[in-house]
Design a protein around this ligand. Structure first.
Ligand code: ZN
Length: 278
């Protein structure tokens, strides 16, 4: 497997704080960094963190996985693998900068993708917006860019700021191959007490490839034993839908196959029949 590797930032460096937003993750990083020549097992990592934070080992394994979107962490073979912090992962691909030509291409519809206002008729100024913000791992690829008026862009930025405490989970959720899993992991990150606004779900559902109807992918979760509720709320003249997890379930080995099988068993058509994925 060929992979692109970046140098590892030093623990406690400003560069690392840019990549890992929480102290908790930076602690794990520091530990893995310092033990690169003698990589620790999961038990050792848990013990180290428990000692630092006074927590129990309840989050076993979860925390190291949260570093996966940002760093190459290799596991040694065997029953008690050791975690080897090897290199950084590129977040924004090089050679994909927003130059004048790209900017012009993105702004070409000359209409805000959110409110529909135009510079010509409404006098708004359009800016290039990252659908998935760069801090969440969004790239400068064309499909991640859209024209927004400054007002919508600021509104979006302010709303997304409220998700800052979840940024690592959002980034992690966006890395999974199956849209159902991306959606599920995002809901899980917010737990059963927090509501998640639909535009955030849409963004994460669309993270790898555009989902024509991500709500269907969300309904697929019910075939896997998941349950969630929703509510509508009017905000700034727009009706917004919020979702909240009620119950999650472990992921089967083959998510797509499991959804098809369960749908067949219940005698219902899953959305996948309409949209075959091989
Ligand atoms: Zn707008």
């Amino acid at each position: 497997m060929s992979r692109e590797e970046l140098p590892l930032p030093l623990p406690d460096s400003p560069e690392l704080s840019e990549i890992l937003r929480t102290k908790e993750l930076r602690r794990i990083y520091k530990y893995l960094f310092e033990r690169r020549d003698d990589p620790p097992t999961q038990v050792e990592i848990d013990a180290h963190l428990a000692e630092l934070t006074g927590e129990r080992h309840s989050q076993r394994g979860r925390r190291v996985r949260q570093l996966y979107p940002f760093f190459w962490i290799d596991k040694t073979p065997g029953r008690r693998p050791r975690y080897v912090l090897s290199a950084g992962k590129p977040i924004v691909p090089d050679g994909d900068k927003i130059d004048d030509a790209k900017r012009a291409r993105v702004l070409q519809p000359a209409r805000c993708a959110m409110c529909g206002r135009t510079p010509l008729e409404d006098g708004v100024k359009l800016v290039v917006d990252h659908k998935i913000p760069q801090e969440w791992g969004g790239t400068n690829a064309d499909e991640n860019l859209q024209p927004l008026c400054e007002q919508c862009n600021n509104g979006k930025k302010n709303h997304f700021k409220s998700y800052d405490p979840y940024v690592e989970q959002i980034r992690l959720a966006a890395t999974y191959d199956e849209p159902q899993r991306r959606i599920g992991e995002l809901l899980k990150a917010f737990g059963t007490t927090e509501w998640v606004r639909s535009d955030l779900l849409a963004i994460v559902a669309n993270a790898k490839e555009y989902q024509e109807d991500w709500q269907r992918r969300m309904r697929d979760l019910r075939f896997l034993g998941w349950d969630y509720e929703y509510k509508r709320k009017t905000e700034d003249g727009r009706v917004r839908t919020y979702y909240r997890l009620r119950k999650s379930a472990p992921w089967p080995d083959n998510i797509i196959a499991a959804i098809r099988a369960e749908a067949a068993k219940r005698g219902k058509k899953s959305s996948l029949d309409k949209n075959p994925e091989g």
